[in-house]
Design a binder for this molecule. Structure first.
Ligand code: UD1
Ligand code: MG
Length: 453
């Protein structure tokens, strides 16, 4: 018996109720398309083949699938005649495949990888067809799993075909199945569309398997995992469920979250042990935060790394390509983009640093701007170690400030400053003795005169 696995992801549906130009399976949960989530649930069983069945906006879905999983084979289902017919479209791509095929739905993003492992274990324990079931609070339109006297799965009855007794069953079909490829396609050849919807039901393979004397079993999961998205309201519910799960996982890995419900993570957020995330922090995709770092309230991070013991925020924005070194400090209303920010360096207030290199121990004063864009091209600012940039300075890139140099507050620096030098472009200061006192006297006189009129 082959121990290989393959994924067959059904993604042909139109998703009318999403009311969207974007195909349903490309809508995102935690910054990753639902199709991506389905592929990721399947990753855990190291599939040697991945087939995605597309239909509605086929090319667009196929492009996305190949981008997410370059090895994916995309097959088109047109017209869409039911879930059984959809899986049949994958038959040519899996003709020579002897291992287990997982059928997943592209609009069901919360299936855990561990759940598929449990299904594989049930396969290894001897059953031929494994169906993922759950106890539904409201069974509604779900297919019902009808068990036999010994607890095996006898058949699946779609809600539209079910009698009153069957409708009373709360054990429902999630849609996920695991079946050896040769058995799956042999059974599908026998499925007809002689039913209420006139569709080829994948679910009919269970009863067909039983007539061949094959064993069918149910593996159960939480209802939350099987949440399928059909509308924007469902999408928000899936997002909420995903976030709740990810926050708990982060805390279980040793991340402190003072108000977890207000923190939003992305599908690939990595936060190390003993990091702290304060309230109202949003992580876009591609963020790694090392242990011991503190992300203070109201910060927004995407495509960046934060090294250990650095402190970010409150109210900081780290954009793609920001790499913040150990023990560095990025304070309030500071935006960093495409910049290596050295160990222990600081930008504590009201600053934009983009396309730059900041040396270790450097201090960037309040209101500093790297002027990285001339309206056409982007340019780099390179600042050495232990530099002091005075407040309200404009650093006009391309420009280099050597190590140990200083820039006087309020300067516009457009030429390089050599190491240990002071760069300053301010107009010279003039002090006029007693001038202020005399001026004030005059102004007060004027005010008094106007009040008399
Ligand atoms: C299906 C199951 C039902 C189960 C429920 C769980 C069948 C016959 N019924 O019903 O037992 O309780 O899911 O949510 O399988 N799709 C295609 N091509 C098609 C038809 C569907 O790719 O021709 C895709 C859809 O895009 C979707 C998935 O298959 O991702 C499920 O289809 P859907 O129409 O939602 O099936 P249900 O009626 O919900
Ligand atoms: Mg459905």
């Amino acid at each position: 018996m082959s121990t290989e696995t393959a994924l067959c992801i059904l993604a042909a549906g139109k998703g009318t109720r999403m009311r969207s130009d974007l195909p349903k399976v490309l809508h995102e949960v935690a910054g990753l398309s639902m199709l991506g989530h389905a592929l990721r649930s399947g990753d855990g069983c190291s599939p040697s083949r991945v087939v995605v069945v597309t239909g509605h906006q086929s090319e667009r879905v196929a492009d996305a699938a190949r981008h997410l999983a370059p090895e994916a084979i995309c097959v088109e289902q047109s017209p869409q005649l039911g879930t059984g017919h959809a899986v049949q479209m994958a038959a040519p791509a899996l003709a020579d495949f002897g291992g287990d095929v997982f059928v997943l739905f592209g609009d069901t993003p919360l299936i855990r990888a561990g759940t598929l492992d449990a299904m594989l274990a049930a396969r290894r324990a001897g059953a031929d067809v494994i169906v993922l079931g759950f106890d539904a609070a409201v069974p509604g339109g779900y297919g019902r799993l009808i068990l036999d006297a010994s607890g095996g799965l006898d058949r699946i009855v779609e809600a539209k075909e079910a009698n009153a007794e069957e409708l009373a069953v709360t054990l429902c079909n999630s849609g996920v199945m695991c079946v050896p490829g040769p058995i799956l396609f042999r059974l599908l050849d026998k499925v007809t569309n002689d039913n209420a919807k006139g569709e080829y039901y994948l679910t009919d393979i269970v009863a067909l398997a039983r007539t061949e004397g094959l064993a069918c079993a149910v593996v159960r999961c939480d209802e939350e995992e099987t949440l399928g998205v059909n509308s924007r309201v469902d999408l928000a519910a899936a997002e909420a469920a995903w976030q709740a799960r990810a926050r708990i996982e982060a805390m279980e890995r040793g991340v402190t979250m003072t108000a977890p419900d207000t923190v939003f993570l992305a599908h690939d957020t990595r936060i190390g042990q003993d990091a702290t995330v304060e309230p109202h922090v949003v992580f876009g995709p591609g963020v790694t935060v090392e242990g011991g770092a503190i992300i203070r309230a109201f910060s927004h991070l995407e495509g960046c790394t934060v090294a250990k013991a650095a402190i970010i925020g409150p109210y900081a924005r780290l954009r793609p390509g920001a790499h913040i070194g150990e023990e560095a400090r990025i304070g309030n209303f500071v935006e960093i983009k495409a910049t290596h920010f050295g160990k222990g360096a600081k930008a504590n207030h009201l600053t934009y640093v983009g396309d730059a290199e900041i040396g270790a121990g450097t201090n960037i004063g309040a209101g500093t701007i790297t002027c990285n864009y001339d309206g056409v091209l982007k340019h780099r600012t390179v600042i050495g170690e232990r530099v002091f940039i005075g407040s309200n300075s404009a650093l006009v890139a391309p420009v280099e400030i050597g190590e140990g140099a200083m820039v006087g507050a309020g300067s516009v620096i457009s030429r390089d400053v050599e190491p240990d030098a002071l760069g300053i472009t301010r107009a010279l200061q003039e002090n006029r003795p007693s001038f202020a006192a005399k001026l004030r006297e005059k102004l007060l006189e004027t005010k008094a005169r106007r009040a008399q009129k």
